[in-house]
Design a protein around this ligand. Structure first.
Ligand SMILES: NC(=O)C1=CN([C@@H]2O[C@H](COP(=O)(O)OP(=O)(O)OC[C@H]3O[C@@H](n4cnc5c(N)ncnc54)[C@H](OP(=O)(O)O)[C@@H]3O)[C@@H](O)[C@H]2O)C=CC1
Ligand SMILES: Nc1nc(=O)c2c([nH]1)NC[C@@H]1CN(c3ccc(C(=O)N[C@@H](CCC(=O)O)C(=O)O)cc3)C=[N+]21
Ligand SMILES: [Mg+2]
Length: 285
């Protein structure tokens, strides 16, 4: 079987194109969505994401600010910036790039972001609303994962979805969104015993571990949809997912590549959240 490749870049462009008309209409009413990205330190990988986000804002006609702070910035100074952005009318969305340097407590920073500007969906109130099923800003990567599965045409209801990884920013929220789609969800993590026996039962396999090419064809049921969230920079400078794409695509159904899969969708969902936040700020949603 030759798997079909899920083109996250193309899906992203389609979604962004469909947002353009609405953004234009809003700007005629004087509403320009604004995103602030805060980057602490010089992590080269982060620089790429920040550049992609800036480009997406520019292409869509959003207002954007990037705050590049020195790696030695104090927690107090970072919190002061967040407070300023919370109160800044031109800004509807705030993203503080993670991970932060170890002298800064990530939780304190996330908690300080105004709930209605938390376009990452990481604030405890947004996470709580996600768990309950109330309206919230959805975390971008998990929302992008669900959108890509939908685009395969697979009906998620009643299917067995297995998620490898239980982080707060990917694995856990992905599992909640899959349950919202009426999938039956199993979570795997570093302590899971006999993981292959579990993943081989998956109709949908979502992988978010952070280990290059970890999941090979042995883990995959023939025909399963495979979504690779992993972003691992190899020594040769290339980007690799958590899934060994070349071997898995021989047995799987639709599968995402890295790059060009989940990554671009994360940024598109961030733009969508910023648009939603801007509309809400102006009483339009
Ligand atoms: N495309 C995108 O937009 C994004 C990509 N990423 C990428 O996704 C990947 C995961 O990120 P993130 O969730 O933040 O990672 P974390 O390091 O926070 O979490 C990794 C998870 O994987 C589990 N795990 C680690 N090793 C194994 C193993 N051998 N077998 C089974 N489970 C294992 C861990 O288990 P335990 O809990 O037991 O430690 C943990 O739950 C990374 O490559 C990251 O770069 C992340 C965010 C966005
Ligand atoms: N507060 C916060 N929010 C995040 O959403 C967040 C974060 N911190 N920290 C880091 C991770 C990672 N992440 C990516 C976003 C886009 C691509 C992306 O655009 N990838 C492209 C190109 C990658 C490349 O070529 O280097 C692709 O996969 O095709 C990747 C990774 C967001 N994250
Ligand atoms: Mg993490």
């Amino acid at each position: 079987m030759t798997a079909s490749i899920i083109n996250g870049k193309e899906v992203s462009q389609e979604i962004r194109a469909s947002m353009t008309a609405e953004v234009k209409q809003l700007s005629e009413q004087g509403v320009v969505p604004g995103l602030a990205v805060v980057l602490v330190g010089e992590d080269p990988a982060s620089q790429v994401y920040v550049r992609n986000k800036e480009k997406a804002c520019h292409d869509l006609g959003f207002y954007s600010e990037v705050h590049r702070l020195d790696a030695s910035t104090s927690q107090a100074d970072l919190l002061a910036l967040v407070d300023k952005l919370n109160n800044q009318k031109s800004i509807n969305g705030i993203l503080v790039q993670l991970p932060l340097p170890s002298h800064i407590e990530e939780k304190a920073v996330i908690d300080a972001i105004a709930v209605e500007k938390d376009v990452d969906g990481f604030h405890p109130v947004n996470v709580g609303n996600l768990v309950i099923g109330d309206d919230s800003l959805l975390p971008c990567t998990p929302a992008g994962v669900i959108e890509l599965i939908k685009r395969t045409g697979l009906e998620m209801s009643g299917k067995h979805a297995v998620v490898i990884g239980r982080s707060n920013i990917v694995g856990k929220p992905v599992s909640l969104l899959l349950q919202r789609e009426n999938a039956t969800v199993t979570m795997c993590h570093s302590r899971t015993a006999n993981m292959k026996e579990i993943t081989r039962q998956a109709d949908i396999l979502v992988v978010a571990i952070g280990r290059a090419n970890f999941v090979d064809a042995d883990y995959v049921k023939p025909g399963a949809v495979v979504i690779d969230v992993g972003m691992n920079r190899l020594d040769n400078g290339k980007l690799a997912g958590d899934v060994d794409f070349e071997s898995v695509k021989e047995v799987s159904g639709p599968i995402t590549p890295v790059p060009g899969g989940v990554g671009p969708m994360t940024i598109t969902m961030l733009m969508q959240n910023t648009l939603i936040a801007a509309k809400r700020a102006h009483g339009l949603a």
